[in-house]
Design a protein around this ligand. Structure first.
Ligand code: MN
Length: 255
C-alpha cells in the first residue's frame, strides 16, 4: 500500500460519514474542506439535522443527510414525523434502512414501516439521494426499493450475498464501499462483483475503525487505491470515475 500522504485527496467522495459523531465536528469539517473531499454527512435522528445543516453551511462540498437510523427506530420511532416535516429541506436522506441483527419481530416490523414511509415520501418528492443501511436485511431492503425506484439509492457497507448484489446492481442501486470491506475477504469478493459504474466510496467514520483509530474521509484514498488496482486503472482515473458516479447519483436525485 502506498503512503496515504502520497495520494491526492482532492475530489474524493465520502458518501457516508457521521461528521457530527467525531469529538470535534468543526475541526473535521475544516479538514474535509482542506482535503477537497465531497462528503455526505448522515444523521441518525431527524432532530439533529438542523444543527448539522447550520455547522456545514459554509462548506460547498458537504451535504447533510436527513436520517433515522434503523437501530434507533425502537427508541425514537416517533421522530418519523420530524423527518417528514424536514424532508423538503433535504436532498440527501440517511442514515435509514433495516438492521435485522435484532430478532424481535415487532422491532423489525417497526423498522420496515419507517423505511417504507421514507421510501414512499422520497419517491413522491422525486429529488432525493438515499444512503441505506441493510445489515442482515439486504434482501428485504432491495425488495422494498424495487426495480424502478425514481430516486438514487446507495447501499452503504453492503454485506449481502452475491445474488443480492446482482439484483441490486440490476435495479440501478449504488454501493458505497469502505476501508473495512477492502480488508475483509467477503468485502473483497463483493467488490469484485460490483460494476464500477455502481461504486461509490465512504468512510463510515467514526464508526468504522482503521488501525484502532476512527476512519476519516481522507482515508478513502486507500480505498480508491485498492479499487484502482482491481479495475486496472490509474488512481486519478478511478477517483474521477467515482466522482462521476456520485454526480450521476445526484443528478438523478435532482431531476
Ligand atoms: Mn453509518
Amino acid at each position: 500500500m502506498p503512503a496515504i500522504d502520497a495520494l491526492d485527496t482532492n475530489g474524493l467522495v465520502d458518501a457516508h460519514c457521521h461528521v457530527d459523531l467525531y469529538p470535534d465536528p468543526m475541526a473535521m469539517l475544516r479538514r474535509i474542506e482542506d482535503a477537497g473531499i465531497h462528503v455526505v454527512t448522515v444523521t441518525n435522528l431527524p432532530s439533529v439535522f438542523g444543527p448539522n445543516v447550520a455547522i456545514a453551511a459554509p462548506y460547498d462540498r458537504v451535504h447533510v443527510a436527513l436520517g433515522l437510523h434503523p437501530e434507533l427506530v425502537k427508541s425514537h420511532g416517533h421522530e418519523i414525523s420530524v423527518l417528514r416535516e424536514l424532508l423538503p429541506e433535504a436532498q440527501f436522506i440517511g442514515e435509514v434502512g433495516l438492521d435485522f441483527t435484532t430478532n424481535d419481530r415487532d422491532e423489525r416490523e417497526h423498522q420496515r414501516a419507517v423505511l417504507g414511509n421514507v421510501l414512499t415520501w422520497c419517491a413522491d418528492a422525486g429529488n432525493k439521494v438515499l444512503t441505506i443501511h441493510s445489515r442482515r436485511a439486504a434482501s428485504d431492503v432491495i425488495s422494498m426499493i424495487g426495480t424502478d425506484y425514481p430516486c438514487s439509492a446507495i447501499l452503504h457497507w453492503f454485506s449481502g450475498s452475491t445474488a443480492q448484489l446482482k439484483r441490486a446492481a440490476a435495479a440501478g442501486l449504488y454501493f458505497s464501499v469502505n476501508a473495512g470491506m477492502i480488508r475483509s475477504k467477503n468485502g473483497q469478493s463483493l467488490i469484485e462483483q460490483m460494476p464500477p459504474e455502481c461504486v461509490l466510496t465512504e468512510s463510515d467514520g467514526p464508526f468504522l475503525q482503521t488501525n484502532r483509530c476512527p476512519a476519516e474521509p481522507a482515508g478513502i484514498a486507500l480505498v480508491v487505491d485498492y479499487l484502482s488496482k482491481r479495475w486496472d486503472r490509474s488512481y486519478d482515473s478511478t477517483k474521477a470515475l467515482i466522482l462521476a458516479n456520485f454526480e450521476r447519483a445526484m443528478a438523478r436525485g435532482i431531476s
